[in-house]
Design a binder for this molecule. Structure first.
Ligand code: NAG
Ligand code: NAG
Ligand code: NAG
Ligand code: NAG
Ligand code: NAG
Ligand code: NAG
Ligand code: NAG
Ligand code: NAG
Ligand code: NAG
Length: 896
């Protein structure tokens, strides 16, 4: 008994002694380190807390301590921090270190190799450069290493093979080169491995996944060669496989059939050969299968039909032959079937058209024959029916009119006969294109085509159509591209802006068409005229023509504005309806993606859609879009941009848009908002962004100033101006012109760093192409440079002007258009008119700022000079954006 008692006393005593000494020790060491780190990283929160509550740093924000009071977890993500991180390695007990989403640069500190207890290290979304330090290989306890989205170079160091406990290795979006080391295949705990968007070459290790339960492998957009190793499927646990855009060859292994949970296979844009294994039918979870742009061949295996969850099947641009298996009609979840650019033949599979969820069927560029089935739109969801460049025969069935949801109808390049069924006019949603060219269609153009008031592109060329162009076609208000060439049409070309704006090649090679844009004048003259007549006609035409052009330009702008308003009204009423039906009839998201791997789980598309149906979630409304706040069930808050209806042309080419968005999501600049994903339903596109709680610059300048919290802070405003200028200079450097610069499109993060938004609109509506330049002319009222009114072309100097207006807003705290300025006077004219009104520049500037100090006033006057240069009436006199950045930065350095 005594012995036992004594033993207990001694043990307990010993334990408490150890705990106490560690407590004291840990206390002091970590405290000093933390105070020093706080200073280095300028973490004000720690300074304040440090002063108030010196002893107990375990209560400071971002810190979690062990029971023995040593710092175990440090989470400093999303803080826009920078500075020297070397000191962090003094926090010896650290198990969890998260520094993601900051602006740390330079190399990753070698001293991190000293953090021997570290299990989780996340340095992603920073600007670390240099190579991966070999010292990280000493972190024997590391389970998760994330270095993604940095500027790292060099190869993956061999020393990392010491990380035997590694489960997650994420290296995507860097500039890593060399090959993927073979030892990655020896990591027995590896579950997640991503290294996409690097410059990796060589083969995928033969044993990758063989010894571990690999769940996710994403290596897209590298230069990987060789075949897809069997080992990847060996464990049968794989869920996601993304190898798109490499140089992989060889066949897709049969063993793929082992992976019951595999839901996504994306192996497009490679050099794969051979057949798709029948075992694909064993993948009961398969949802996406994308293998376009390879050299796959053989028949399309009927076993796909066993994958009852298959939603997207894309086999475009390969060497497949044979027919589309009729059992594909059983795939009730199939939404997109894309097999264009193969050697497929046989009839259009009527059974597949019966799939009620089918949204897109693309059979173009094959050898399909037979006629278009009458049941073509029993599945009324169909939005894309693309059958061009085949050998289809027979007539276009009048049942085509049942396809009321169609956005695009491509039937060109076939052997279709008969007339154009007037029922086509019932497809009121048709907007992207109606293409019936290169067939044998005859008869007259049905006036019902005029009901297609959303249609952008109409191609009826190269048929045997006869009669007049009905003037009812003027109902096609959205028309931009039109082609009637090479038919037997006669009579005058109706006076309708989209017709006269077209090149004459759109009307040529017809028997008897006349009028502008053709050179044949619609007189009552018959027979050939004398040369003199022709010349005078031409002169008259040129004179009329130039007058007409001016008139047309004005009309188009007016029409566009009217259309925009009309469509906005429609959009509003539609929005209301949506709200009413919200719960029982939620729109179905047909396509969506999150580019940011780690946010994939946190984003729920249904919740995204739902948020945009509630007016109370609306944050702001710009020229091209409305922005909503969306709370995800996961707790994440997003900003969701709903594109306005006038921009449905964006949906024109979904795949192009998606590619652009993905590219933009990699377009990395501190002062640009990057898209993190998108969702598409019906004809609505939603773009997802990080939520910025401080709102827009417009709100900061014009709303918060009314509140009491208004703090006159010129340096913050100047740094905002520099940031915006840098963002725009970066865009211009990449030849991207912004379409809608305004203070409402500039957002502020928690540190008042400005982020320019609406960049993707600029990229998607490529202004170098005719379509965009016209609709983009509008911009936001007050920011539109004067020359846009007659050039109708968006330009870089135009952007400089709009930036100048933003700078004037910052300097004057006034809105760009204000009744106070007087009739027809906007902010620019008001500022320019100051001298004639006998006012000094100081009377223009916001006095709350300019009277604070002499140096603030001096800086503001210098900035005013820059703003005046930017808003010069002559575009050529405005400085380049890069020069603007320099001039503004000079103001900052001069005052230091
Ligand atoms: C200071 O630390 C104590 C624990 O030691 C904690 O209860 C208290 O809330 C902290 N005070 C402040 C102001 O953070
Ligand atoms: C960071 O600080 C350490 C000393 O704490 C120093 O050795 C190192 O050179 C610094 N790194 C940089 C990039 O300044
Ligand atoms: C920490 O790491 C550095 C660089 O790897 C090394 O020189 C130093 O000795 C280490 N310090 C300790 C205390 O282990
Ligand atoms: C980095 O990767 C780890 C492991 O996969 C993950 O838990 C973490 O969320 C990632 N961090 C970011 C910012 O995506
Ligand atoms: C990898 O990149 C580094 C730095 O850019 C370069 O020095 C090296 O030669 C490259 N290695 C290979 C194998 O391309
Ligand atoms: C992988 O492990 C096996 C045996 O465990 C060993 O023979 C082989 O050398 C290892 N490969 C690499 C690249 O480390
Ligand atoms: C996998 O598919 C093959 C070929 O379709 C079939 O013979 C086999 O029974 C399937 N295996 C399993 C486990 O379902
Ligand atoms: C098909 O998808 C649904 C919904 O995602 C899921 O519940 C179901 O388990 C899937 N079916 C198979 C066979 O995986
Ligand atoms: C595609 O594969 C076929 C054989 O299946 C081969 O003859 C052809 O050269 C390949 N084409 C390319 C571009 O690799």
């Amino acid at each position: 008994m005594w012995n036992l008692w004594l033993f207990l006393v001694l043990t307990v005593g010993f334990l408490s002694w150890t705990v106490n000494s560690e407590l004291i020790n840990g206390d002091h060491e970590d405290l000093f380190t933390l105070v020093a780190i706080g200073k280095e990283l300028k973490l004000l929160e720690w300074d304040e807390n440090g002063l108030k509550n010196t002893s107990n740093y375990c209560f400071w924000p971002h810190i979690t301590c062990s029971p023995t009071q040593s710092v175990e977890k440090l989470v400093l993500s999303h803080q826009t921090l920078q500075g020297n991180l070397t000191l962090l390695s003094e926090l010896k007990s650290l198990k969890w270190l998260d520094l993601s989403y900051n602006t740390f640069h330079g190399s990753i500190p070698h001293s991190f190799g000293n953090l021997s207890h570290l299990e989780f290290l996340d340095l992603s979304y920073n600007k670390f450069d240099g190579s991966i330090p070999v010292e990280l290989g000493q972190l024997k306890n590391l389970k998760s290493l994330n270095l993604s989205n940095n500027l790292l170079i060099g190869s993956i160091p061999n020393e990392l093979q010491g990380l035997v406990k590694l489960q997650d290795l994420q290296l995507y979006t860097n500039h890593l080169n060399g090959s993927i080391p073979n030892w990655v295949g020896n990591l027995t705990n590896l579950r997640v491995f991503t290294a996409y968007e690097n410059e990796l070459r060589g083969k995928i290790p033969e044993t990758l996944g063989a010894f571990s339960e690999l769940l996710l492998l994403n290596l897209h957009s590298n230069y990987l060669q060789g075949s897809i190793p069997k080992s990847v499927f060996a464990n049968g646990k794989l869920q996601f496989l993304v190898l798109t855009q490499n140089k992989l060859n060889g066949e897709l292994p049969d063993s793929v059939g082992k992976c019951k949970d595999l839901s996504s296979i994306r192996i497009g844009d490679n050099d794969l050969i051979g057949n798709i294994p029948k075992e694909i039918g064993n993948l009961s979870s398969l949802t996406y299968f994308e293998a376009d742009n390879n050299n796959l061949s053989g028949e399309i295996v009927k076993e796909f039909a066993q994958c009852s969850n298959l939603t997207l099947l894309n086999l475009a641009s390969n060497g497949f032959s044979g027919i589309i298996p009729p059992v594909f009609g059983d795939m009730t979840n199939l939404q997109e079937l894309i097999v264009s650019g193969n050697n497929l033949s046989g009839e259009i599979p009527a059974s597949v058209l019966g799939n009620k969820n089918l949204n897109k069927i693309d059979l173009s560029n094959n050898r399909f024959n037979g006629s278009i089935p009458k049941n073509v739109c029993n599945s009324s969801r169909l939005q894309y029916l693309l059958l061009g460049q085949n050998s289809l025969v027979g007539e276009i069935p009048s049942e085509i009119g049942n396809c009321v949801k169609l956005l695009e109808l491509q039937l060109g390049g076939n052997h279709l006969t008969g007339t154009i069924p007037p029922e086509i006019g019932r497809i009121k949603n048709l907007q992207i294109a109606l293409n019936l060219s290169f067939n044998h269609l005859h008869g007259q153009l049905p006036p019902d085509l005029g009901k297609l008031d959303k249609l952008v592109s109409l191609d009826l060329s190269n048929n045997q159509l006869t009669g007049n162009i009905p003037s009812a076609l003027k109902g096609m208000l959205s028309l931009i591209d039109v082609n009637f060439a090479n038919n037997h049409l006669t009579g005058p070309i109706p006076t309708f802006a989209p017709f006269q704006k077209s090149p004459n090649s759109s009307f040529e090679k017809n028997t008897g068409l006349c009028g502008y844009p053709l050179n044949s004048f619609c007189g009552n003259s018959d027979g050939p005229e004398s040369f003199h007549h022709k010349v005078s006609y031409r002169i008259v035409l040129a004179v009329i023509g130039s007058g007409l052009l001016v008139f047309l330009s004005v009309t188009i702008v007016v029409v566009l504005f009217m259309m925009r308003e009309k469509q906005e009204k429609v959009a509003k009423t539609v929005g209301k309806e949506d709200e009413e039906i919200e719960d029982n009839n939620k729109p179905l998201v047909i396509l969506g993606n999150v580019f940011v791997e780690n946010l994939k789980q946190a984003i729920d598309f249904d919740a995204v859609v739902k948020a945009t149906l509630k007016d109370s979630n609306k944050i702001s409304s710009g020229t091209f879009s409305t922005i909503y706040k969306a709370e995800m069930p996961s707790g994440l808050t997003l900003s969701v941009k709903r594109l306005k209806s006038v921009d449905k042309t964006i949906l024109h080419q979904q795949s192009k848009m998606i590619r652009e968005l993905e590219r933009l999501s990699n377009l990395c600049h501190d002062n640009l908002i990057r898209p993190i994903g998108f969702a598409i339903y019906d004809d609505v596109a939603l773009l997802l962004h990080q939520f910025l709680p401080n709102g827009s610059l417009a709100r900061f300048l014009h709303e918060s100033s009314k509140e009491e919290a208004y703090k006159p802070d010129w340096p913050v405003r100047l740094s905002i101006a520099v940031g915006v200028a840098e963002g725009l200079a970066f865009l211009h450097h990449l030849a991207i012109i912004h379409l809608d610069i305004s203070s409402g499109n500039i957002f502020l993060d928690s540190n008042f760093r400005p982020l320019v938004g609406e960049v993707e609109i600029s990229k998607l509506l490529d202004p170098s192409r005719g379509t965009a330049s016209i609709s983009a002319v509008a911009g936001s009222f007050g920011y539109i440079p004067p020359e846009y009114a007659y050039t109708m072309q968006v330009t870089a100097p135009g952007n400089v002007y709009s930036f100048g207006v933003v700078l004037l807003e910052i300097l004057t705290t006034r809105v760009p258009v204000d009744e106070e300025f007087g009739e027809g006077v906007d902010l620019v004219k008001w500022v320019q008119g100051a001298p004639t009104r006998g006012e000094t520049p100081e009377q223009i500037l916001d006095a709350k700022l300019s009277t604070v100090s002499f140096s603030w006033r001096k800086e503001m006057l210098s900035a005013l000079k820059v703003a005046l240069l930017c808003t010069d009436t002559t575009p050529a006199k405005r400085p380049k954006m890069k020069k603007v950045v320099e001039m503004l930065q000079e103001i900052i350095t001069e005052s230091k």
